[in-house]
Ligand binder design. Sequence first.
Ligand SMILES: Cc1cc2nc3c(=O)[nH]c(=O)nc-3n(C[C@H](O)[C@H](O)[C@H](O)COP(=O)(O)O)c2cc1C
Length: 314
Amino acid sequence: MKRVLVLYYSQTGQLTNVVNSFTKPLLESSEVEVVYQKIEPEIPYPFPWNKLEFFDIFPESVYMDGCEIREFEVDEEEEFDLVILAYTVWFLSPSIPITGFLNSKYAKLLKNRPVITLIACRNMWIMAQEKVKKRLEKLGATLIDNVVLVDQGSSMVTFITTPRWMWTGKKGAFWGFPRAGVSQKEIARASRFGLALRDALSADLEREKKPLLVGLEAVKIEEKTISVEKVGHRSFLIWGKLVKLFGKTGAVARIPILGLYFLFLLTAICTIVPILMLTKPIIRAINRKNVIKERTFFEMPSGRGDERLREYSE
Ligand SMILES: Cc1cc2nc3c(=O)[nH]c(=O)nc-3n(C[C@H](O)[C@H](O)[C@H](O)COP(=O)(O)O)c2cc1C
């Protein structure tokens, strides 16, 4: 019997649905015991978010300060054959409750284990995953796979639909825009990973600590998001440091500087982003080889290949 630990934090339940679809084939297998452990912040985050509360957490997200999390039902000394760490992205970083877990005594659960990360977010997860990769390495865990589901629609579309959902709680389609979040079809399709994992576990392949989910379209990076994420993350680090000088999350003294940051963000979106969008395709075309190399690096370890899709599509 294989023991699989599933760690997750979801605010609206979207990531929980992804986790359930992904792990359904494991749950149905008599050879696998699946243990779900919800990560819960001591003080829950609001939903829907008011805009001030939303932006007020960006410095702590980016600097991975984390938060206090509730006691686990799982003991930190328990042994598992594999761990699935499912997380969402907040400000190009793992969400604060996930960082809270990574900073806690329970992170010990990852030590010496093969780990699969499962992400459901708008579409900007590369920097967050790089940060998680570093933490996993420090904790003695081996990242063997990464699966990413992103919100439906183009970057322009989700730039409207995702914040609207976060700030108003409204997820439905409107004015020609699609429903916010990951499509129901993509969530249902996530079961292909569970099917492949079930077979891999039954062949003891997790012991080799090598990727088990290649060939299943686990990730697909749009090249243009790489530079946007890099620039965005750098600006978050600079502004985040500045905001932190004015106190902790919730401090009234942070409001003016957050206001200033918001203005900077709006100006950047109206100036830097269009400039990047116009110039980057040319630079990418000239630099094609390096761009593909970088994209391939960020898509590792599971990659964008689709050669096993037919075998594992339900
Ligand atoms: C404070 C905050 C910041 C976010 N920042 C990002 C981001 O940088 N990149 C991204 O792709 N999604 C971002 N999202 C969207 C989330 O990753 C996720 O899709 C959404 O919160 C729904 O997840 P849930 O399952 O927790 O409800 C952000 C959401 C919140 C609440």
